[in-house]
Design a protein around this ligand. Structure first.
Ligand SMILES: NC(=O)c1ccc[n+]([C@@H]2O[C@H](COP(=O)([O-])OP(=O)(O)OC[C@H]3O[C@@H](n4cnc5c(N)ncnc54)[C@H](OP(=O)(O)O)[C@@H]3O)[C@@H](O)[C@H]2O)c1
Length: 263
């Protein structure tokens, strides 16, 4: 009954869950990836509650291990799943001076946010290009456009996502491929992100938009084949500001967003 299949990493909560909801609403079979099976099951229960007919596949995988993307690809291949839409949403951050933060955590951030995204894109994009059909959504951030003191490694991974996506978008056009790639750059969004990143008391965490708003705008952009999605007017204003201000000034602004809300 489900004609098309979407694989969404980071689908157990936040923006990824809301993106999975958009695909489920549009009759996609959804393959949900995250580390914790209990959370994936709860996400599946919520989706079934709203969309009775949706077919859901749960794949608990930890993308902080370099071998995971190949294992995930092997698993979907073994199950005979053709991935028509790939969403690289899984990601997390850490907050603090780079001299104080834990290197192992930051290497895991680089692996999940950047390396796994590249690995999964390489594996599934080749199949899509061979079929001349498919779409990929890469989740960047407003931080893709600005250096972010106190989230230096996180923001650098998001700058990587933007640069990588824009380069491959260009290649796909040169190759005259019908496959599209879209980068979603959310503003601060009301999810578990700030808690995981130890940033729950910052100004940014106190000025968020809903994950559903972000996901629905990103999903529409993906379906339109747009190059970029900047959900909400304030994100668009932030983006245009980043085009005109020098990086040193942007860094100062970002730094103030990652200070305690009451400072
Ligand atoms: N919230 C914001 O303000 C904001 C703004 C801009 C961009 N973003 C980006 O949006 C994306 C989604 O984040 P969110 O805000 O929705 O936060 P979230 O609610 O914490 O969701 C993160 C998702 O990623 C999964 N995940 C984390 N580590 C993983 C790993 N090692 N392997 C596999 N899955 C993993 C989590 O599930 P498990 O913990 O079970 O693995 C969860 O499903 C991230 O890329 C984030 O950088 C967020």
């Amino acid at each position: 009954m489900n004609a098309q299949t979407a694989l969404i990493t980071g689908a157990s909560s936040g923006i990824g869950f809301e993106l999975a909801r958009c695909f489920a609403r549009d009759d996609y079979r959804v393959v949900l990836v995250a580390r914790h099976l209990a959370e994936l099951k709860e996400a599946a229960r919520l989706l079934h509650q709203e969309f009775e007919e949706v077919e859901i596949v749960l794949l608990p995988f930890d993308l902080s291990h370099p071998e995971t993307p190949a294992q995930l690809y092997a698993e979907t291949t073994a199950r005979g799943l053709q991935i028509d839409a790939l969403v690289n949403d899984a990601g997390f951050g850490e907050t603090g001076y780079f001299t104080d933060t834990d290197l192992a955590t930051e290497l895991a951030i680089i692996q999940v946010n950047a390396a796994a995204l590249v690995q999964l894109t390489k594996l599934y994009l080749r199949d899509m290009v061979a079929r001349n059909d498919g779409r990929i959504l890469q989740v960047g951030s407003l931080a893709s456009f600005t250096p972010s003191p106190c989230q230096a490694v996180y923001a650098a991974t998001k700058a990587f996502v933007l640069s990588f996506t824009e380069a491959v978008q260009h290649e796909l056009k040169q190759q005259k491929s019908a496959v599209t790639m879209t980068v979603l750059c959310p503003p601060p969004t009301d999810t578990n992100f700030f808690q995981v990143a130890h940033a729950e008391n910052t100004r940014a965490a106190n000025h968020t938009v809903s994950a559903r708003t972000v996901a629905e705008e990103g999903y529409d952009a993906l379906m339109e084949g747009d190059a970029r999605s900047l959900p909400t007017m304030s994100a668009k204003v932030n983006f245009f500001t980043s085009l005109v201000l020098p990086d040193s000034m942007l860094a100062t602004i970002m730094n103030s967003q990652l200070h305690a809300a009451d400072k």
